[in-house]
Design a protein around this ligand. Sequence first.
Ligand SMILES: C[S@@+](CC[C@H](N)C(=O)[O-])C[C@H]1O[C@@H](n2cnc3c(N)ncnc32)[C@H](O)[C@@H]1O
Length: 164
Amino acid sequence: MAQTFLSLYWYDQLLRELGIRGVIELGTGSGILTVLFGLHCPGAVTTIDLIDRRDERTRDLHQRLGITQSGLDCRRDIRLAGDLIAALPTPRLVFCDNGNKPEEFALYAPMLGSGDAIAVHDSGTEFFSDQEDTQRVAAAANLVRWRQQELDDDETLIAAWVRP
Ligand SMILES: C[S@@+](CC[C@H](N)C(=O)[O-])C[C@H]1O[C@@H](n2cnc3c(N)ncnc32)[C@H](O)[C@@H]1O
């Protein structure tokens, strides 16, 4: 589903409150949300998509913000994607928004370091944070839920965690 205006407010809050300095977005799509990440963390955003769907003006804007786009497969090229994450300044946000969100969460949550955050879009429609597998992954990665009530109240479809 598309991002809502209220979700933009909450991405902004998350980036500010947690002092995020680098972002990796799994699933670029049109690249509009990537702009918000790039405004917060110029030169420190990587966005991954199997297919580059950005139009020319968005590509140009991404270039001005120092956003790097990669054509990796987030579910197959795990080691390479991990290298991209490792290259970002900390604390980092991993944003899961591509084909299989529960799988991405399980693959990438263990890569977080102290202070890093992970957020998943389409929570409640494609991703269910109360599922046993997801809860096990979050517990194993030592993750703490971030502002669940407010995100749910505002129907943002975002689930977010931070690793203390
Ligand atoms: C919902 S869109 C992303 C939307 C974007 N994050 C936004 O908020 O505007 C999902 C994207 O994930 C990409 N995708 C799906 N599976 C993928 C994979 N295994 N690796 C990389 N990208 C993938 C699709 O090509 C699609 O463009």
